[in-house]
Design a protein around this ligand. Structure first.
Ligand SMILES: [Zn+2]
Length: 111
């Protein structure tokens, strides 16, 4: 085994230990965090805005649109290897503070 091969193995073991540590802490592997949970790929594409085509123009896709303002504008992370997509609201606190959103009722398991 060459020194380069030994170093590659040490690097791989280090990366695997880091993954095990994350799993033990109960942290989810996310594309936003830099790794795909489906295939383990680390080539991640970020689309900070998702276009939604209106009748005449495109605008940012969001959870809700009130007049011309958006609430919960969405962004996407995509695995370049397998195509898994993760959606996120850019500003979840603004959504939580919005009068147009309804908090989940913890008593209703179907909401
Ligand atoms: Zn993937």
């Amino acid at each position: 085994m060459t020194d380069d091969e030994a170093q590659a193995l040490r690097d791989e073991v280090r990366a695997l230990r880091a993954q095990i540590d994350e799993l033990r802490r109960g942290l989810d592997v996310t594309l936003r965090g830099g790794r795909c949970r489906a295939c383990g790929g680390m080539a991640v594409i970020h689309s900070p805005q998702v276009e939604d085509m209106g009748q005449y123009t495109a605008h940012a896709l969001a959870l809700k649109r009130v007049n011309k303002a958006t609430i919960g504008e969405l962004e996407v992370y995509l695995c370049a290897q397998c195509g898994l997509v993760e959606w996120y609201v850019k500003d979840p606190q603004a959504v939580a503070d919005s009068a147009h959103m309804v908090p989940r009722d913890p008593g209703d398991p179907y909401r």
